[in-house]
Design a protein around this ligand. Structure first.
Ligand SMILES: [Zn+2]
Length: 171
């Protein structure tokens, strides 16, 4: 199986803003490893998949910059300053117009950052070049992976490989 395109987009984050930042795979240094939003058409597909009717206030490139910013904000440890930064993102919808995507994303980010319980359950998948964010809603906070189908299975396969190697080369 080839992972050159990265993980297929799956809404596994549990919150809108998390699924949005998961439209790329990320390196451990927070750079985009695989881009899933290559064009505005990809964005349309994503919106349809999540059944969201919204339009963008800014350009496609600005939206992708916002995605990096939102991800940094979500991973930021100093909450109060971050929260204010998100609040200052101004994307008000005009009356009667469909909601603005950037505004929905900012509101979703605030709902996580402003709630210690949500923040406590926010996790990043440790998979190689994944970096997807999700809310762990399992009872004992046992969720590790973005999804078992991608990173979970790869880790299992790697463990299996390591076990077999260890038998030959005990360390
Ligand atoms: Zn993952």
């Amino acid at each position: 199986m080839s992972y050159s395109e990265g993980h297929p987009v799956r809404p596994v984050g549990g919150r809108l803003v998390l699924d949005f930042v998961n439209t790329a795979d990320w390196t451990s240094t927070d750079h985009v490893a695989h881009e899933k939003l290559k064009s505005p058409d990809d964005l349309d597909v994503w919106l349809r998949t999540l059944e969201i009717k919204a339009h963008c206030a800014g350009t496609f490139d600005q939206l992708k910059l916002l995605r990096s910013d939102l991800r940094s904000m979500l991973l930021e440890t100093k909450v109060s300053g971050t929260l204010n930064a998100v609040r200052e993102l101004e994307f008000g919808a005009k009356e009667g117009a469909p909601p603005v995507l950037e505004g929905l994303l900012a509101a979703s980010a605030i709902s996580i950052l402003a709630d210690p319980r949500e923040r406590g359950r926010l996790k990043m998948c440790p998979g190689d070049n994944c970096g997807w964010l999700f809310i762990d809603e399992t009872k004992n906070s046992r969720r590790t992976w973005c999804s078992m189908e991608s990173c979970g299975n790869r880790a299992k396969a790697a463990r299996h490989y390591q076990r077999n190697r260890k038998a030959a080369d005990p360390r």
